[in-house]
Design a protein around this ligand. Sequence first.
Ligand SMILES: [Fe+2]
Length: 314
Amino acid sequence: MQTTDSPRTGAALGWTAGLAVTAAAATFGYASLVERTLFQLREETLRILPPGVKPLRVLHLSDIHMTPHQKSKAEWLKGLARLDPDLVVNTGDNLSHPKAVAPLLEALAPLLKFPGVFVPGSNDYYAPRLRNPFGYLNTSAKPITKPRRDLPWAELFSAFGAAGWIDLTNRSQSIGFNNLRVDFTGVDDPHLNRDQYAPYPNGSSTSAQAPHLRVAVAHAPYQRVLDYFTEGGAELILAGHTHGGQVCIPGYGALISNCDLPTWRARGLTPWELGARQVPLNVSAGIGTSRFAPVRFACRPEAVLLTLTPRDRT
Ligand SMILES: [Fe+2]
């Protein structure tokens, strides 16, 4: 039997196609022009400090992906200093352009006055490349091994160091905060397979008995990394890299994590479990995007303020 489309059906299909194209264009416009710069502060409270010590306010920054002329991002970063954190933790991917070091350091100048620690991400070492945008949805998440164009990471990290921020690239170090000693361990970017775990310091003769907290820091939260941090005694793990999925489905969440982390953990505070141990893991959705994928949808850019408070004596 033959069927024929009526002119009315053809017109309806045309209208539907037109509406779909318009909706897609509007969504892309919103994702690239609006939500990408809707910076927000996520606040979390964790009762993980030893009893009797003062609360500690930790500002977690990640995935800034700075390029020149990003005025709104720079102003927002400068304004974070009003939070007066005790500590800034930067989990990498600071750059997205070879000429971004100066504007990034200017934007971070107010925060560089606070104590800080940092680890690198692949987008500190290597410039982003133009890729098939649909490749973003490839969930195979294999670590990058091809050589790419260098970014001026050494210049950036020496400026961080000159300001007093501590480089935790495959090393551990302790910092004193009032009557609390915070032991840090950090790794080079696991996405590049450069991570080498450094055990926590044992503590010097003067500080071994002080109340302390063990914090672990990485750029990409691969499961093997979370496991060895947990096994090593971490009490808090901070990471970035996922961009929270970057393009999410409202009511569902992330479609990818860009590593082997389950997508429901791509953003936020979740417990990481290994045997009987359970460690709070904070994954930042990040502040920027690659300059070749400048969109965010249902996934606003964020910094995270973690207020750590003491446990009960019981
Ligand atoms: Fe990133």
